[in-house]
Design a protein around this ligand. Sequence first.
Ligand code: SF4
Length: 297
Amino acid sequence: MQTDPEPLRTALLAYVEVLRRTGRRSIRLAPGWQQGLRPDSPFLPEAASQMPPVAPPPSALASLPSRQPIASPSPTPPTQAEGAADGEERAARLRELREKTSGCRRCPHLASFRSQVVFGIGNPHARLLFAGEAPGAEEDRLGEPFVGPAGKLLTRMIQAMGLEREDVYIANVLKCRPDLPPGTPGNRKPTPEEMGTCLPYLREQITIIEPEAIVALGATALEGLTGLRKGISTLRGSFLNFQGIPLLPTFHPSYLLHNPSLKLKRQVWEDLLLVMERLHLPISARQRGFFLAKSQP
Ligand code: SF4
């Protein structure tokens, strides 16, 4: 019995598109893969060898076509050489800023408490930037934001969007771990004053990276970015504006860890779906249904 190959083809193309959009440059094929192709297929080795070489996309998420340019749209699209140069320039500017930040002592009490400045990590031309509030003990030790349990959950959230951590950029409003009295366990929230002092660094990171969307993780990060104190429950679900870039507030992953209700997970996921739509990322029916309550029998 012959089965209709169309659904499989559609699913396969959608999967390849996700890989392409997230920067994957090759796919490993099982031996004998050519047997399933038509004799005139352009993907057979003889035909492929005659095809012009295809340059790899400049980088993961940045290779996505920008259908709704938000930050400084250029009148003509950049060539691949220009794109690569732009990518290198952004990386160099970020390196320079990281260097400048690493010796910062604008907050003397934090500078003497920290192990190191936690600058941020990710793709210099990411289309999506996640902003948290401040490094905790683990981040301070390792020099990378979101590496503890909340960071692992954030990574899973990013992967649920069809992306990898390396595709996006992750940074905090405050680059140094908030200090605590000696022997006090845990972490403390940064004060508005501390965040206000450090915010210019994140602003500059955003100016360099030019993301097309920002997700503010938690009420403290949102307050640090915008000064708004209304709370995530009130403000989540719709975009705000930050430096001309759409900013979506949602709950902090650590809040989800402490309140693991299906309703809350769904709310966060709906926020991320909004971001995916804004970035024109492919969304499958399965993704749309994540964390929906199962209907009662
Ligand atoms: S928190 Fe920011 S502004 Fe304050 S010392 Fe650290 S890097 Fe500098």
